[in-house]
Design a protein. Structure first.
Length: 226
């Protein structure tokens, strides 16, 4: 089976299992989405959604956020982890948006990537989910699934993104991105996963990969000798 044939079958399964996908981070506009995605680095979406109501009650526009002391932002987002760096980035990007973009989030991926704390993945999420511009953000879930399913063998995130963009129509990139995230969380975890019982891994993964991960799973379950 070619990669293209796999992608077509995978797309049908994802449509069946996750026909309706919403961005898991609570937001109301491009700015609140940008901040929420920044906060989600090395943090669960659930935790971010617990933190952002208090943060956005304090300031929910670039102009307002640029006036909040970094220490106060840090205190509001402390439970997200990496709070000092994230607080500094949120304050810094808010000042840039206020001063250089009329307090608007630009629909320009290069301009987004120049903002403090905003990498390619974060910028891609904002482009596709806030502005509807085709982009295929690759997070840890998507990177893992692309490898397991044989859609990309690259360790480099940029190459995985390139491979996936070739396999799915650009109008579906945002949808498939979210579907893969939801599928990874619900059906295809990083650890303790039996590929043989997975709705997609069971047929898309190579026999060698299935056997290798089965051995790892078996060794973890086997009680250690005393």
């Amino acid at each position: 089976m070619t990669r293209a044939e796999k992608a077509e079958r995978i797309g049908r399964i994802l449509d069946e299992l996750h026909p309706h996908t919403e961005v898991p981070l609570d937001h109301v506009d491009p700015f609140t989405l940008l901040v929420a995605v920044l906060l989600s680095a090395q943090c669960t979406d659930e935790r971010v959604n617990q933190v952002t109501p208090g943060l956005f009650a304090r300031a929910n526009t670039p102009d307002a956020m640029a006036k909040v002391p970094v220490a106060e932002i840090q205190d509001l987002i402390r439970s997200c982890g990496l709070a000092p760096a994230k607080a500094k980035a949120i304050r810094g990007l808010s000042e840039i948006l206020r001063d250089e973009h009329a307090s608007q989030v630009p629909a320009d991926i290069e301009a987004l990537e120049r903002l403090p704390g905003v990498g390619h993945k974060t910028a891609s999420v904002v482009m596709v989910q806030a502005f509807g511009v085709p982009a295929f953000p690759v997070d840890t879930h998507i990177h893992r699934l692309a490898g397991r399913w044989g859609l990309s063998q690259a360790n480099n995130v940029a190459v995985v993104e390139r491979d996936l963009k070739k396999l799915f129509a650009d109008g579906d990139w945002g949808k498939v991105h979210l579907q893969m995230i939801y599928f990874g969380r619900e059906h295809c975890p990083a650890r303790g996963h039996d590929l043989r019982s997975c709705p997609i891994c069971s047929w898309a993964a190579t026999k060698t990969r299935i056997e290798a991960e089965a051995r790892k799973l078996s060794s973890k379950r086997r009680p250690s000798a005393r």
